[in-house]
Design a protein around this ligand. Structure first.
Ligand SMILES: *Cc1c(COP(=O)(O)O)cnc(C)c1O
Length: 213
């Protein structure tokens, strides 16, 4: 059995009590030889954080492996949005109005809609991406009403410290407030805490693929 498959299975075992938590295998920095075993195994959700890098591997892989869900989880520049078609299905990092407007325009042009998470900055110092909680209501309202985006949930990338669970709880409460169904939170170090706090998409890289160099 390929290492990535046993790693994935170990993670799934730990998540038996969290049936709503889906695993996004974050394949950034890893090449086809590492991704293919998981594809052959039937895993469907993969995440990338750089558009350029994703375009070097996924168009080719998707020829053979159809029905894959590709998730853009990293910082997204407006000039890169057009390259997400037709390969990506999800965007996890909407955090400003300009980007919402650009995604909306490109969706009309390409006649395809993404499933989108708004990335929230829960107030930590080191983490600059994400909309502040204060500005979230306006971004949400405009994304939905003005730009007709399909916002399915909120995403966060909190610091990994003793307060991580509190951040996850805070994001879950915000999700409830906005009546959203999906929650993108939890990485290799904290996916169990995230899943126990209602995460529906866990973004897991190194615990599946190994360390990135
Ligand atoms: C890289 C990355 C992950 C996965 O990180 P690991 O610690 O390797 O699991 C999750 N989310 C985002 C936004 C990332 O960039």
């Amino acid at each position: 059995m390929h290492k990535t498959i046993s790693n994935l299975e170990n993670i799934k075992k730990k998540l038996v009590n969290c049936p709503n938590a889906k695993i996004i295998a974050v394949s950034k920095t890893f090449g086809e030889e590492n991704i293919k075993p998981l594809l052959d195994y039937g895993h469907k959700d993969f995440g990338e954080n750089k558009v350029q890098e994703a375009l070097q591997k996924w168009p080719n892989l998707k020829k053979k492996y159809m029905n894959i869900n590709l998730h853009m989880i990293g910082k997204l520049q407006t000039n890169k949005v057009k390259f997400l078609f037709p390969h990506f299905n999800y965007i996890h990092s909407l955090d400003n109005l300009k980007l919402a407007e650009k995604i909306s325009k490109e969706e009309s042009r390409n006649k395809k809609k993404f499933k989108i998470f708004i990335q929230v900055n829960l107030g930590s110092e080191s983490q600059k991406n994400g909309i502040s909680i204060k500005e979230l209501p306006d971004l949400y309202k405009q994304a939905v009403e003005r730009y007709d985006l399909n916002i399915i949930g909120l995403m966060c990338l909190p610091p990994q410290n003793e307060a991580t669970s509190d951040y996850f709880k805070a994001l879950k409460n915000l999700n409830i407030k906005f009546n959203l169904k999906e929650l993108s939170m939890g990485m290799s170090q904290d996916y169990l805490q995230a899943a126990n706090n209602g995460a529906t998409y866990l973004r897991i890289g190194s615990s599946i693929f190994g360390n990135r160099f």
